[in-house]
Write a protein that binds this ligand. Sequence first.
Ligand code: NDP
Length: 445
Amino acid sequence: MPPSVRPAFESVLRRNPGDFEFHQAVHEVLASIIPVLEENPRYLDEAILERLVEPERQIIFRVPWVDDNGRIHVNRGYRVQFSSVLGPYKGGLRFHPSVNSSIIKFLGFEQIFKNALTAQGIGGAKGGSDFDPHGRSDAEIMRFCQAFMNELYRHLGEHTDVPAGDIGVGAREVGYLFGQYRKITNRHESGMFTGKGTGWGGAEVRTEATGYGTVYFVQEMLAVRGESIEGRRVLVSGSGNVAIYAIEKAAQLGALPITASDSSGYVVDEAGIDVELLKQVKEEERLRVASYAERRPSARFVPGRRVWEVPAEIALPCATQNEVNGRDAARLIANGVVAVAEGANMPSLPEAVDAFQAAGVLFAPGKAANAGGVATSALEMSQNAARQRWNFADSEHKLHAIMRSMHTEAYQAAERYGHPGNYVVGANCAAFVKVADAMIAQGVI
Ligand code: NDP
């Protein structure tokens, strides 16, 4: 770690012992913005780094709820409001047993830069709980969401903090969370949550936006090299919201997505994933991904392994953090991968990113590649504020334009700061400058 950024990084280690995912996310950003700091030492003089790595506010709370058998459970709820310098706090809620303060801090920190790149005037936050929705009835999910909102509501609002979904929080959970907020506050405040149902204030394309946007970003990276996505074999990990719509868009653009996965293993379908069947299995019936292979003769289920061992030219990790390690990267490279784009947040370990970049593989970090979701959330906020509703085609057109513009910005920043083709440096530098300039303009607060 270069001396100019060491004090800020050391403060993160000291104040957040054991928060390894948070350390990893901060390390990546600090290590890649050195050219910006060398060009403009005022960012160091103004202690921008020390201020940025400390969240503006962190909320941790008890979530007691009652299951269908009358048993009481206690989960822990989190909301880390990292930065509101560019707009109201904005970032999803994650319900997964692995959630802890490190996970929420890393996601909130990433969100600051991702949201800055979208240029939609939104700050960075993240929240969630260590609640495991798997195997819970609808009534249990509803009671948990209500209990979670019983505390969180006081920290939210359309001009304060606007959550959305993430792992384990989809349309059903957003409905219950929004409903409880409305009940407690006596306000139908559409703009306080995004990812709502399209019948009650939700934006068209929000469901599809993260997956679609990731594939658009791949298209842009390939276009720079005069190449196209058409006819390419695509690996997708995960089978949730991001994965399903990455698969759908890749197929629409003429590529051949051949995998999907969950925590039990992966399916490979050499005929190309049947996205309608996948939606039926995962979105409607809420089954494990193995059920897809049971119903599709061209597919097989591989238990307990990761998709990265399957030969393909494009890889889209869309499940969770740190799901691509150095060995996975070496395998992908040996099998001829040409582009990797992160649909998930921080799915690649640093050793994997280094390997991709050293091998000349196009690599898009999540904060750029998966920003289509939050960008469309910002479009949802605009529509709510103006009491308007844009149709699917218009909304998708806007998403596509935002993805193109984020690609251009990251690409140009990488060139400008002396690392051509390095989208990690490009995205971090471009986003950091926006956040840091706003912090200087708004004073020490
Ligand atoms: P979903 O809950 O819809 O799907 C998550 C998928 O990833 C599931 O298939 C799940 O399998 C798998 N998964 C989750 N945790 C693990 C784990 N620890 N090990 C193995 N597999 C796992 O979530 P999303 O699709 O919304 O989110 C996926 C990723 O995309 C996350 O990193 C999220 O932060 C990121 N993201 C999401 C956005 C959105 O708009 N939804 C926006 C930007 C980023 P299983 O059911 O077995 O757990």
